[in-house]
Design a protein around this ligand. Structure first.
Ligand code: NAD
Ligand code: UDP
Length: 319
């Protein structure tokens, strides 16, 4: 039985990856310090003999007993309000955390896949973004703590590949959504749906003309699974090229939820990227992958999930 370590395994994406690898017949070890994650995301796996949970900060030395075939490094605060609240931890998990994972991978002779991000392109001057674009990141702006941690993470991962011959994979993830996002993580989809459910107006930052491209979580997980098992070591974008302005997105959420509330304008955060859409040619060619779930379908599933939560979840603070 293959054994996989998933850091950030109690988070939104990490927990879906745990589910997928369990389904594929792997022994799964989830490692998480729960700083932005939630143990409830993986509680349903606790009874399985093929699932283990380590409560651990991966920025500190990692010890795992037994063999490992794969390490997926997903630990990191991921939403702007999270990484702005805990900027140093964000830099540490993207640097010390991946260094620990790479060292562990050498000892175990495991393959490493890292969760990189469309944020490595910063506020992109090339549109749509392909993997050969080097990006436009402000290293000393507020988002720099996340963007530069992820850029460093790519660099050190590639260095271990080049200099130590380690098997590595790099996925650049574009905005992904689905069940198990935290209603209060500040990202636009949970923000809008939470506001609609609480009967508040939906807060559009800036004039709402900035664009994003939203990928449903099952599509992302499929792309990651294929990339891990491929032999391709360079970065691969995984995302849904369906691009929409944030204002139009707000209108879609108003329609979906049937709320009587309206869109209101709030200040645009510093360095907020103006446009973002993945060029997925590489994923199509190398992995035979493209997204299957339409935004309408994915949003419906995600809305049903948020509606099913106990009411107190709607009013919880971020931490
Ligand atoms: P999340 O906050 O739900 O999950 C991150 C998990 O990492 C949490 O469970 C958190 O507790 C854990 N964690 C953070 N620091 C840790 C540490 N030092 N030690 C151990 N665990 C730690 O966020 P997510 O959306 O699931 O993102 C997961 C990964 O995917 C992140 O690396 C993120 O940068 C990347 N990513 C996500 C998206 C997206 O749209 N969701 C886009 C691009 C990249
Ligand atoms: N946004 C918004 N209202 C909100 C939260 C976010 O208009 O309540 C905007 C935000 O400024 C950005 C876009 O939605 O332009 C996506 O933000 P998110 O934090 O989800 O992701 P990221 O900026 O990291 O892509």
């Amino acid at each position: 039985m293959k054994r996989v370590l998933i850091t950030g395994g109690a988070g939104f994406l990490g927990s879906h990856l745990c589910d997928r690898f369990i389904k594929e017949g792997y022994h799964v070890i989830a490692m998480d310090n729960l700083i932005t994650g939630d143990i409830r995301n993986i509680e349903h796996l606790f009874h399985l003999p093929t699932f283990e949970f380590y409560h651990h900060d991966v920025s500190k030395f990692i010890h795992v007993s037994g063999d490992l075939d794969y390490i997926l490094h997903f630990a990191s605060p991921a939403s702007p309000i999270d990484y702005l609240k805990i900027p140093i931890q964000t830099l540490k998990v993207g640097s010390l955390g991946i260094h620990n994972c790479l060292g562990l991978a050498r000892v175990k002779n495991a393959r490493v896949l890292i969760a990189s991000t469309s944020e490595v392109y910063g506020d992109p001057a090339v549109h749509p973004q392909n993997e050969d674009y080097w990006g436009n990141v402000n290293p000393v702006g507020p988002r720099g703590v996340y963007d530069e941690a992820k850029r460093f993470q790519e660099a050190i991962t590639m260095a271990y590949h080049t200099y130590h011959g380690l098997e590595t994979r790099i996925v650049r993830i574009f905005n992904t959504y689905g069940p198990r996002m935290r209603l209060n993580d500040g990202r636009v989809l949970p923000a809008f749906i939470g506001q609609a459910l609480r009967g508040e107006d939906l807060t559009v930052f800036g004039d709402g003309s900035q664009t994003r491209s939203f990928c449903y979580v099952d599509d992302l997980v499929e792309g990651i699974y294929r990339l891990l098992l491929s032999d391709y070591a360079y970065p691969v974008n995984i995302g849904n090229p369906g691009e929409i302005t944030i204002r139009e997105f707000g209108e879609e959420i108003i329609k979906l939820t049937g709320t009587k509330q309206k869109l209101i304008v709030k200040p645009l955060p510093t360095d907020d990227p103006k446009q973002r859409r993945p060029d997925i040619t590489r994923a199509q060619q190398i992995l035979g992958w493209e997204p299957k779930v339409s935004r309408a379908e994915g949003l419906r599933i995600t809305y049903d999930y948020f509606r099913s939560l106990p009411e107190e979840e709607l009013y919880k603070a971020a931490y």
